[in-house]
Design a protein around this ligand. Structure first.
Ligand code: FES
Length: 111
């Protein structure tokens, strides 16, 4: 595990915005909601593919749940738990964030 700087400043996101990005060669995305930042590995537990149907679009129309574009699985923003769809009960893999020396970083598997 090692800390990597985020390739953008997540503080520039507005409430309900999302952003996809890569770290150490793997895809992730970040959601700003409830005044907080949540980040997950961009892999649906159903078929291990990316969630979004177009760039930086990860939420349902209400912006209340994360939605997989392929078969409509819905995940809570706060903990990434699937609450509806073909992988109900499974979980998105969370990415741990921290801010250090004015820079946002994420902890990812190295190698
Ligand atoms: S790949 Fe996400 S719901 Fe099927």
């Amino acid at each position: 595990m090692s800390w990597h700087p985020l390739p953008f400043n997540p503080e520039t996101l507005d409430e309900g915005d999302c952003k996809g990005f890569e770290l150490a060669g793997a895809p992730y995305f970040l959601v700003k909601k409830f005044g907080q930042l949540y980040a997950y590995h961009n892999r649906c537990p159903h078929q291990q593919i990316n969630l979004e149907w177009k760039a930086d679009t990860f939420l349902d129309v209400d912006k209340s749940l994360i939605q997989c574009a392929s078969h409509g699985a819905l995940f809570t923003i706060k903990d990434g738990r699937c609450v509806a769809g073909p992988c109900t009960g499974q979980q998105l893999q969370a990415l741990t964030l921290r801010k250090q020396d004015q820079q946002w970083q994420a902890c990812v598997e190295s190698g």
